[in-house]
Every structure is written in C-alpha cells, then in structure tokens.
Design a protein around this ligand. Structure first.
Ligand code: 4NP
Length: 154
C-alpha cells in the first residue's frame, strides 16, 4: 500500500480538500487497493472538527463527499507510516520537518512544486476563495497521482 498524507495549518480547509479530491481520483482510476489518502494539521486548533463549510460546499459542487472527515494533528509516528507527506505551503513544510524530527527527508515536499505553479496553495480560510484553491488542488492531485504511478510501477 502507498500512503499519502496532506498537511496544512488547520486541517479544515486545504488538506481535507486535497484528501477528498485525491481519494476521488484514486477511486476513479480503480487504485483504492493500492493508494491510501489521509490529512492532518500542524496545529491542534481544529481537532475533531469537520472540514470548513466552504470546503464542504465546494466539494459538494463536484460531487465529492466529506462524510466522516474530521481534523487531526500530525504525529511523529506519521513519518514512518506515510510514503508521501505533502505540505500545502512553505510554513507547513518547515513545521512538518520539525514535528517529525526528520528535516531532510525527500518524502516531505510542497504540494504545488509538483506543478508549473511552484507556489503555496492559497489559504481560503483567509482569502475566502475556495474555487481558486479547488482548481489548484485538482491540478496538484493529478500531478501527484502521475508521480505515484511512475514511482511505484502502477
Ligand atoms: P487550513 O486553513 O490550514 O487550510 O485548514 C486554516 C484553518 C484554520 C485557521 C487557519 C487556517 N485558523 O486560524 O483557525
């Protein structure tokens, strides 16, 4: 099993959006038995909470469910469990590296560095623009799935 973890600050806007979009792509490609997807926060602020209403509504527009999803915080043990640990922005990357105690691992990288954008995913908690975030998340998830397929002979 290949395990993918998306990480953002609160685990209510960007990383759950990426988790749900990625899981949807994986299901559509009939790869659910090969690829597992999860998300987590660097902060403890929203543990146990469902995704932000804006994330839920945007995903619903694209027929993607957020049922049962709830915020959790990144744990040190996640470093060994997951094969791809993806930060939504540069500050997430810095915090992930510190929290898992493994500053140099190539498992940890910034999401949109997989795309031509090479930038942070804008945080809709502050921008209010869930569409912009969704569009970038979808592009990033396509790029990530291609990378996973190539690196794992799928
Ligand atoms: P996220 O967005 O990291 O994409 O989930 C945020 C969610 C909550 C807060 C900040 C960003 N907050 O300050 O509570």
């Amino acid at each position: 099993m290949i395990r993918v973890l998306f990480v953002c600050l609160g685990n209510i806007c960007r990383s759950p959006m990426a988790e749900a979009v990625m899981r949807d792509l994986v299901e559509k490609e009939h790869l659910s038995h090969r690829i597992e997807v999860d998300s987590a926060a660097t902060s403890s602020w929203h543990i146990g909470e469902p995704p932000h209403r804006g994330t839920q509504d945007k995903l619903k527009e694209y027929d993607i469910s957020t049922k049962g999803m709830q915020g959790r915080q990144l744990q040190k043990a996640d470093f060994n469990h997951f094969d791809y640990i993806i930060g939504m922005d540069e500050s997430n990357i810095r915090n992930i590296r510190t929290m898992v105690g493994n500053p140099d691992s190539p498992k940890i990288f910034r999401f949109l560095d997989l795309t031509d954008h090479q930038k942070d995913v804008p945080d809709p908690y502050y921008t209010g623009n869930f569409q912009e975030t969704y569009d970038l998340v979808l592009e990033g998830c396509h790029a990530l799935l291609e990378k996973i397929k190539i690196e794992n002979q799928m």
